[in-house]
Design a protein around this ligand. Structure first.
Ligand code: ZN
Length: 320
């Protein structure tokens, strides 16, 4: 699970109200889920038993409402959580961000403090005229500088969250080579076939915080497919087909449902256990996703694929 602000006065697109956050915590309890540290959850999920009721809670960006609203609630329940921090934003006196003292206090209560780059840039955006090698050095430094700053502050970061959830294959390779686990903002549950450099999380903010949708996400299981290695940046083909290769070729995919730009996606069976999904409309400028679910009892297998499209003049889109 991924949260940013727990606040009614911050941008809706990255916020959940304290009341709604309480409802999520109540659902976790009512459904009988165990809240684990990210560490334990990832170990279990990558190795393991997909039917277990386990969840981890994460926050990106180190906003002050984590300390004011989320921490007291989670501490009272004894539930661990993780904060992905960009050190350059911490302790600057900016009242919207946590300071180092607050991070230390939470860490003393079992909160994990992890890497979200030094300055929170759009890592996949090459500067004009920048070679791949210079880009690789620049983004590597963004990541290692953050690890160094967090280590110096007394934390032990081993995990990384991609700013804006944006990645490409060159970047996931850098994360892997640095020995970090990587977390995106694409929906889905983690399973043995997940890529440890590109683990999914459910972003819970804006219109995506409702109770029944949260319950479905909480109960979700990894879609049992071989992880597709795809560069999400599109330029020529604006309706890219995505191949899903199921681990078990005899799986019944007739109840697989996928949504993408333009709504329900077309699914065609290419071979046994292999389907191709195609969107109804072209990908919009900015970030978009394909989301696929396959029911299993009262739960869903879930997989999401990120796409990014630049503006028609070739420049990058702005954040809303
Ligand atoms: Zn962020």
């Amino acid at each position: 699970m991924l949260y940013h602000h727990v606040d009614v006065n911050t941008p809706a697109i990255t916020s959940i109200s304290p009341d709604q956050f309480d409802k999520h915590l109540a659902i976790i309890e009512k459904e009988g889920f165990r809240v684990l540290s990210l560490d334990t959850l990832i170990d279990n999920a990558l190795n393991g038993d997909a039917d277990v009721k386990e969840v981890a809670i994460t926050f990106d960006d180190a906003y002050i409402s984590i300390y004011r609203e989320a921490f007291p609630r989670l501490k009272a329940k004894g539930w661990p959580f993780t904060i992905f921090v960009s050190p350059a934003l911490v302790g600057t006196g900016n009242p919207f961000y946590l300071d180092w003292q607050q991070l230390k206090e939470m860490a003393d209560h079992g909160v994990a403090i992890e890497n979200h780059t030094m300055n929170h840039p759009h890592l996949v955006r090459r500067l004009s005229g920048e070679s791949e090698e210079i880009w690789r050095n620049r983004v590597t430094r963004e990541i290692t500088d953050a690890s160094d700053a967090l280590t110096e502050a007394g934390f032990s970061p081993t995990r990384f969250a991609y700013p804006y959830g944006e990645y490409d294959l060159a970047l996931t390779e850098i994360i892997r080579s640095l020995g970090l686990q990587g977390f995106g903002q694409q929906s889905g549950a983690i399973g043995p076939m997940s890529n440890p450099a590109l683990l999914p999380r459910y972003p819970l903010a804006g219109v995506y915080v409702g109770e029944s949708a949260f319950r479905d996400k909480l109960r979700s299981l990894a879609l049992p497919i071989k992880h597709p290695d795809i560069d999400p940046l599109v330029s020529e083909n604006l309706k890219p087909a995505l191949l899903l290769d199921f681990v078990n070729p005899n799986v019944n995919t007739s109840r697989l449902t996928c949504y993408g730009p333009g709504g329900v996606m077309q699914i065609s069976e290419e071979a046994r256990g292999r389907v191709s999904i195609t969107p109804a409309s072209e990908l919009p400028i900015g970030r978009s996703r394909y989301n696929c679910t396959l029911p299993k009892g009262n739960r869903y297998h879930w997989f999401s694929q990120l796409w990014m499209r630049k503006k028609t003049d070739g420049s990058w889109y702005q954040e809303p």
